[in-house]
Design a protein. Sequence first.
Length: 516
Amino acid sequence: MTASRRTFLQLSATAALSHVFRSPLFADDASSRELCRRLISDPLRPQYHLLPASNWMNDPNGPIFFGRQYHMFHQYNPDGAVWGNMHWAHAVSPDLVHWKHEPIAIAPTRDGDDRDGVFSGSAVLDRGIPTVIYTGVAPPKTEADATLRDGKHVWREVQCLARSRDPLLRTWGKLPQPVISAPPPGMAVTGFRDPAFWREADSWWLILGSGTREKGGAILLYRSTDLRNWTFLRPIIEGGASGKNTTNPVDDGDMWECPDFFPLGGKHVLLISTMGKAHWKVGTYKNQKFTCEKEGIVDHGAYYAAKSMLDRDGNRILWGWIPETRPEPEHAAAGWAGAMSLPRLLSLTADGELAMKFAPAVTQLRGAPGSSGQTQSHAQQKAVADVRIANLSAEMQIEFRSKPGQTVELRLVSEAGPTFALISMVDHAGKRELNVNGIVALLPGSSGSPIRLHAFLDGSVLEVVANNTTAITARVYVAPSGPLRMRIDGEPEIRSLEVWQMKPISRNRLTSPLCD
């Protein structure tokens, strides 16, 4: 059941959701001031990645360029640095890099279909009006209504629509009823969430993450002419059943969540998240059917819920959630959890596989070069020895060639000697591997061919991309007592090495100056 257009416009004007962002940092009491001091002085907290002023964040939601600036929404818990009470937080940027926090954009409605959480979704411009569809969760009315069972929660998932006529996107009006209120009849789903939608010809098309234990993960396809009344067509793609019976079906691949779907380089790309990783599938999309031709993993490390957008120039930009890998009591005590990845520019390789590199906008943050050199020589060795990285904040680019059967190790070590991070490349028996602090991924390319590493260190976050094809994001919860030095072992032929200190995007580690 949907509301009439008149009812919706009245709702937009008179009952828009706008919750002012109230982190504990705004309270003027001793505990809040102590939290503020702790966040500012925490060396593990990133300085140029986007994250909220405090508390928990996860999935990027509805990134969009509107009103001459970029808007990023993301999952956010205003009550603490652990998962729960999901809202859509909001940040804006003129350049994909420098972010400013805005008030919370969308919050649960008391007694509404999203009373237990405003889950992930997407944003589009509908005749110039920013419009989002997201998953709302609430207790099931009956046992049969439940679509989410993960061992801790039993919820009914529905798809909700909200629009904003605010040029700053600070206030949003919700439709009073879901636009998709239940899974397809007869389908016993293992999940029903995270809509992504787009305009194609004279219709809107929407996909949802789902699956069944009997068939495995699936992405469901819907069609609409007005964004409000949706007709289920078919799964756009299905996986295979795991044969397992785990508590949370996402863990074994029987449910695919956080889908995204877009054209790229003459093909289409489908992104899904399951089994702890974000996966890509490249293939052909015709007559509303997707045929996968190549597939792989977006990032082999701490990276999930990949979501893309078009920048102001029409380039496809990818974002991802960088989760914590330390125990929950530790990030709860720290007062913050999670970060947004740096923006990555997507393309396809000549072989039709997904390729990525860090968006050029990130170079704005380069400070003084820590070292620079080309070709192998005594001067190159000195350039490596002279590298100093202060405040766990740097960009590193290195290109080298190793001999078949050789292992090359790039170490970041503290002045006292212990290894902070180890990036190694192994070339043996025609198989190459990239290893970042024990996280291993295959590295395409022929034995002995050049390897180009591009890495960003920011507090406890280390993002590494090799040859624009293989990415690993690692979390490193070690705070060295002084600057880091670089050491390269294995005697590779180093063609170039460049290191820069990176400038923070605020002066107090909080992205926005909240503790002045």
